[in-house]
Design a protein around this ligand. Structure first.
Ligand code: AP5
Length: 193
């Protein structure tokens, strides 16, 4: 069910690099009338504009490491304040337990409970196939083989534990992310309240 235009709605899309978070986030945000907030897109825009944050993040992103929590949390807080809404789809945030705890505090201050955290499950061969395809199409600086491996390792160590974090809170929805974009979208929509 899609809520009314004033009902808070906070969705999280999680999953390894190449799982389809960005692709599905764009479709879901449109379908549910909520705002997409992607920390990866925000960081890339800062890098492109050469801001202080972009200069600090550039090398870290190119190496496939995570940008420090304090920088990410400040950036997300600023976005929430700028948009003045808690009808939001978070793509790629939180990625560490520190970020998840900070998000809980932000949402509490807005009196907005989290709706659901969706994890897209995609096997490693398919992830590599998708990212290699995107490297050829778009040339993203972190889509080379060494960095992709690093991003997957970082996901396993730092972000995967959040699956348990949201499962304990009864918020987790695991969705099969294999197959066509349309099929995955249909599965996510079905899994959401
Ligand atoms: P981010 O931009 O979030 O990258 P990521 O998590 O590595 O995810 P991707 O964008 O690679 O994949 P995706 O799951 O969004 O898949 P997509 O839809 O694009 O982060 C980049 C970097 O920024 C991080 O490494 C880190 O340094 C930093 N960062 C970001 N957030 C941070 C945070 N919170 N804390 C700290 N650091 C942070 O799809 C991939 C490809 O597959 C596309 O070509 C797409 O067309 C294709 N595709 C999608 N779905 C399908 C399908 N069903 N079938 C076939 N192809 C498909």
């Amino acid at each position: 069910m899609v809520g009314s235009a004033t009902t808070p709605e906070v969705l999280l899309l999680m999953g390894p690099p190449g799982a389809g978070k960005g692709t599905q986030a764009a479709k879901l945000a449109r379908a549910r009338g909520i705002t997409k907030l992607s920390t990866g897109d925000l960081l890339r825009s800062n890098v492109g504009q050469g801001t202080d944050l972009g200069q600090r993040a550039k090398g870290i992103m190119a190496a496939g490491e995570l940008v420090p929590d304090d920088l990410i949390i400040a950036m997300v807080k600023q976005e929430f304040e700028r948009q003045g809404t808690v009808r939001v789809l978070l793509d790629g945030f939180p990625r560490t337990e520190g970020q998840a705890v900070a998000l809980d505090a932000m949402l509490e201050s807005f009196h907005a409970p989290m709706t659901a955290a969706v994890v897209l499950d995609v096997n490693e061969d398919e992830l590599v196939r998708r990212l290699v395809g995107r490297a050829a199409d778009e040339g993203r600086s972190d889509d080379n083989e060494t960095t992709v491996r690093k991003r997957m390792e970082v996901y396993g160590h730092q972000t995967q534990p959040l699956i348990e974090y949201y499962a304990r809170r009864g918020k987790l929805r695991r969705v099969d992310g294999m197959g066509s974009v349309a099929d995955v979208f249909a599965r996510i929509s079905e899994a959401l309240p």
